[in-house]
Each structure stands twice: as structure tokens, then as C-alpha cells.
Design a protein around this ligand. Sequence first.
Ligand SMILES: CC(C)(COP(=O)(O)OP(=O)(O)OC[C@H]1O[C@@H](n2cnc3c(N)ncnc32)[C@H](O)[C@@H]1OP(=O)(O)O)[C@@H](O)C(=O)NCCC(=O)NCCS
Length: 173
Amino acid sequence: MIELRYPMVEDAERFYEILNNIDTTYYYATIPDSIEMEIKWIERRKYKRENKLEYNYAIIYNGKVVGGCGLTIYQEYDHIGEIGYFVDKYYSGKGIATQAVQELERVAFEDLNLGRIEIRMDPRNKISEKVAIKNNYIKEGLLHNAVEFQCNYFDYSLYAKTKSFENKNLKYI
Ligand SMILES: CC(C)(COP(=O)(O)OP(=O)(O)OC[C@H]1O[C@@H](n2cnc3c(N)ncnc32)[C@H](O)[C@@H]1OP(=O)(O)O)[C@@H](O)C(=O)NCCC(=O)NCCS
């Protein structure tokens, strides 16, 4: 069982360590190059939360920080949130990201009253895709050149779930 809690400045070193060891081949996010940079990132989370922009969490497993996850609210359509996650490579394959998505979903639909959640990943990021599928997210399409990262464009597979979704009769595309 995992728990989610808001990140604290004390987590900076651990986040730095985890993020500098994960497989970033298909992970288009900035990796902190110092603990100070990570502290600044954590300090801004309160502002992001209070302004309903982002809800970030540390993932706790057996009392230890083993990853991070979050919900980013789309500003033009604020009933939509996008989930993101990363997990310490030494803890991979234990279902931690899968459980983190379940918990974020509860926060999104019950606490924040969002109507739709998206998970986007590079189509080659098969592990991340598995996390979405295991949580019954439905693939809605492939977004070409959807992300620009380090001067390159990459495609994204779009997975989504809506609040009153019944996916029993739908097939993955
Ligand atoms: C994607 C990521 C968060 C998955 O975390 P995780 O806690 O290991 O995921 P889970 O344990 O919930 O695993 C989901 C599935 O992937 C499988 N899996 C996890 N790590 C794996 C690995 N290294 N190789 C093969 N399969 C793997 C799991 O076994 C599970 O499948 P199963 O139920 O059929 O056994 C993690 O690999 C990661 O941080 N990657 C780098 C960052 C990233 O790409 N984030 C997503 C950006 S969209």
C-alpha cells in the first residue's frame, strides 16, 4: 500500500536522487541538476496548489519516499486534469505507479470534482502505457508532435477517463 502526501522541502534530496536515476528516455520533464533546484521546485508547489494549477504528491511506500506524481489542471478547461508520475527504479514493478494513479483519480474526481483525467505518454513508453491501461484508461488517439522537449518534437498517446465512465463495452484503439 502506498500513501500520497504533499512534497516537503525535506524530500528534495530524495527526489533529486530518484529523478537522476530513472529511465528518462521517454520522460519529457526537467530533471533537477542540483538539490537547490529541487528545493525551489518543491517550494513553488504550495503556490501552484493554492491557485488550483497543480497538485503534486510524494509517493510513500513503507515509510519511504519512492516517487512523485501529480495532477496538472488545464487552464482553458479546468474540469480536465493530466496525471504524471515517476517511481524510483529500485522500486519498479511493485504496482506503485498503478496505485498512485488510483489515488490521484480519487482526488481528481471526488475532492476536486474534475470531469476528465488524461494520461499522455510517448507511445514507446510501454511501462507508462501499462499503468494507464491497468487503471482502465481508454486510448483516445495519437497526438503527433504534441510535446516539444530539448528542441525536438515527440508524439503522445492520449489516454483518458471521465467521471461516469463505463468502459466495459469499449475496446482500446
Ligand atoms: C513508468 C513508471 C512510473 C512505472 O512505475 P512502476 O511503479 O514501476 O509501475 P507499476 O509497478 O505500477 O507497473 C506497471 C506495469 O509495468 C511493468 N513494469 C514496471 N517496470 C518495468 C520494467 N522496468 N520493465 C518491464 N516492465 C515493467 C509492471 O510489471 C506492471 O505490469 P504488470 O502488472 O503486467 O506486471 C516508472 O517506470 C518510471 O518512473 N519511469 C520513468 C518516468 C516515466 O516514464 N514516467 C511516465 C511519463 S509519461
